[in-house]
Design a protein around this ligand. Sequence first.
Ligand SMILES: Cc1cc2nc3c(=O)[nH]c(=O)nc-3n(C[C@H](O)[C@H](O)[C@H](O)COP(=O)(O)OP(=O)(O)OC[C@H]3O[C@@H](n4cnc5c(N)ncnc54)[C@H](O)[C@@H]3O)c2cc1C
Length: 475
Amino acid sequence: MALGLIHRGVRVTVYERANTLPEIGAGMAFTAVAQDCMRRLSPRIIAAFERVGSPNEHPQNRYWDGFHPESKEQAQAPESLLFQMSTYDMGYWTCLRAAFLEELNGELPEGVLKFGKCLESYTDDETKTKVVLRFGDGSEAQADAVIGCDGLRSRTRQLMLGESNPASYPRYSHKVAYRAVVPITAAIAALGEDRGRNQCLQMGPKAHIMTYPLANFTLTNLAVFVTDPKPWPDPKRLTAPATRQEVVDAFADWSPPAREMIDLLPESLTKWALYDMYEDPATEYCRGRVCLAGDAAHASSPHHGAGAGMGVEDCLAIVTALETARTNLQGAKRFHPSLKFAAIKVAFEVYNAVCYERSQWQVRSARETGDIYQWAYSGSGSDPLRCKAEIEARTKKIWDFSVEEMVRQVHSQCKPPLRTEDRMRKRMIRLIDLQEVQEVLEVPVLCWRGCLGLSVSRDPPLSQLGAFELLLVDN
Ligand SMILES: Cc1cc2nc3c(=O)[nH]c(=O)nc-3n(C[C@H](O)[C@H](O)[C@H](O)COP(=O)(O)OP(=O)(O)OC[C@H]3O[C@@H](n4cnc5c(N)ncnc54)[C@H](O)[C@@H]3O)c2cc1C
């Protein structure tokens, strides 16, 4: 987001709660759509991604039976391949999350990123020219607009939608993830050369295992997902310490290669509770000059591998809307702070209108996709043909998407703020001084606002203006 705005000459400050960049040792996949958005946001972003990312070697993404095969040979045999989908269409490239973040950080100009700034509250008073942000360290900052990219448990969301609103909080999806990055040689030893060097999803009852290569085929991302019917013990924390043994127990009946992959997990590890906004979606992504983007707006479970990708789509829509708003403002005859307020508000509303449905669908579909992988979705069970039909239709919706059309919609919906009152006839009058204002309005100037069905751009007070443009509205 920040690099996209900077690329368009917008001054940005990123306030980050943590004191350093997070070191999550895990892989990340981005579709061709997300990469298209990165390219349009800024050439620096896509260049950073291409330095650390790589495509699948195999032309198909493949989904295997991880449960029934009784030997390694059986597991690699064609009968164990449940279904496959074209890698070219999906266009997934994978990378190490920490490596990509570091590359992006390296592209930010000095001083843009401020660590140790935990947002506690904000005030968006429309009579004031700026939004005021307050942080945990007691400091304050001001901005024309605020984009809350503060993740799954977004404070911005709580402040925007209300602290007692259920939509302000994500819920436990009753699945946990165990993640590790292991040497690719070990993955190849367990899965075989072909499956070890490519994306490999092993499906089975109540669990699934996703592996793919990273870091120029030296490492493998290992993500293990298990259904957990119990409540998550501590909703304040999204992770809990775990042991390899509990994962070994969950996969005791699975095929030898699946169990061998589980054996590669470290002895003590972290268990991630997968929370999402499936039950209580945010009703909107913006209010006034504040908006939500990424997981703050639509946190989802990770089963489409598209949560961050949707966030990148948000970034492009927001950046495009703000850029269009700025162009519209530059076209306005006379600049006034209230016009800037209106333009930012419209830009965020347009982002909301264009991105809401798709990102909400992704939240719902990702939750269901987790169940499909674990043979628990009523529409497909463990039937490979039905599973394929479900996954194909859903995945197609993610990759078969026109970024160009999204950008066009944002442009076309961002109307200049003065043209919003289409129903009304408008007449511009040039007023020379206070006396003339009073003569035209036939009321004392202090009462001018709201009189005679008049809509006026105000601040500073009329009395201080030598010349002023009024928008006269006849109903
Ligand atoms: C197991 C797993 C695998 C995944 N795999 C994929 C994948 O392959 N592809 C994909 O597209 N997505 C994937 N996702 C989803 C992806 O990780 C998220 O969608 C993405 O990280 C969200 O990015 P974000 O910037 O919105 O939020 P985050 O990455 O959560 O970043 C939020 C930032 O805000 C900061 N912050 C929080 N609160 C405050 C505050 N009050 N003040 C200041 N700063 C604050 C945080 O410290 C953090 O740095 C996966 C998720 C999981 C759990």
